[in-house]
Design a protein around this ligand. Sequence first.
Ligand code: LLP
Length: 385
Amino acid sequence: MKFPVDSFKGIETPFYYYDVELLENTIATVRNEAARYGNFDVHYAIKANFNPRLLEIIAKAGLGADCVSGGEVAAALKAGVPASKIVFAGVGKTDKEIAQALDAGIFCFNAESVPELEAIEALAAERGVVAQVALRINPNVGAHTHSNITTGLAENKFGINYELLDEVIDIIEGMEHISLVGMHFHIGSQILVMDDFIALCGRINELQELLFETRGLVLPHINVGGGLGVRYDAPDRYPVPDFDLYFATYANNLKLYPGQRVHFELGRSIVAQCGGLVTRVTYVKHGGCKQFVIVDAGMNDLIRPALYDAYHRIENLTSSKPDEVYDVVGPVCESSDVFCRDRKIPATERGDILVMRTAGAYGEAMAFGYNCRALPKAVLSTDIL
Ligand code: LLP
């Protein structure tokens, strides 16, 4: 990915810069790799980045959408994703959100509890419709990732405990306005160790066998969630994630019954590498034992380092001097407003332009207005090139 720093002159910083060509290449790769199997459907997890212009590109390319709020369902529809390709997960769907999704006629709710099933049943009955539902199962499978973004352990709030599956299906059998069409899983995010997905496949295989043996039941849709990680350490060497290996892992380890389809909810792997947060150096300050590069982006623009201790490569686009060691920090009144500590980057001075790489996912989407700061703007490569 190239950052056309000359074209950045005159654009107020900080802003997210998105390389549309890389996004399109990534989408084409994910689509082609999934298409090799004939029964794999990819839904883009909107939570990773809901910038409307990116959503339109993604919708136009034909991906479905994975949503976790009424707002995301509305954003998906507005961007042109057909309702028949929208899935809706989340532990706390409100009546208003459920009603909105029923009225839109979405493909499937990923239901996470019995009380939620009861709410869907009641609202679908009021409307005289039948809601398609997949049960989100908590598989109690761990993932090699940060503890804040692990979701598939029994201690996490997500899903229905896998040991209760049978009981919950009994309850659904008494519901006239719910059609059980699948099972849904998601073990976590930023996963680069394929063994984690293999462990998930093992659990799914077990549950499928149980349903078949005890009830003769084969559900048509298996949704394995998202979670494929990206290489934050080497964005230029790995601009497009290894979707080939990812899909092959599922194809080789998931035991399917004839006619079953597999659904994926990929967020980060689709948008992370095409985005960077561009920021200007306001001051360089020499402290007692540290040198601080103070930039005009803050934790409100990109919260991942403060929240997850996440690593983002930081490049100075306007200096090629020998490296020095800095803490790169933002202007927000919080000690955790730090992008990196003791990092080597080329000697930096006031006015330099830096970029935080691999920020297309969970960057702009998680920005907020603390300290009365404006939300970061977005510039697409097609705006300036
Ligand atoms: N499906 C479900 C049910 C999810 O909860 C998530 C992400 C995804 C799909 C998409 O996962 P992905 O393919 O993007 O890994 N803010 C954190 C990540 C939170 C992920 C939440 N759930 C971060 O910045 O690392």
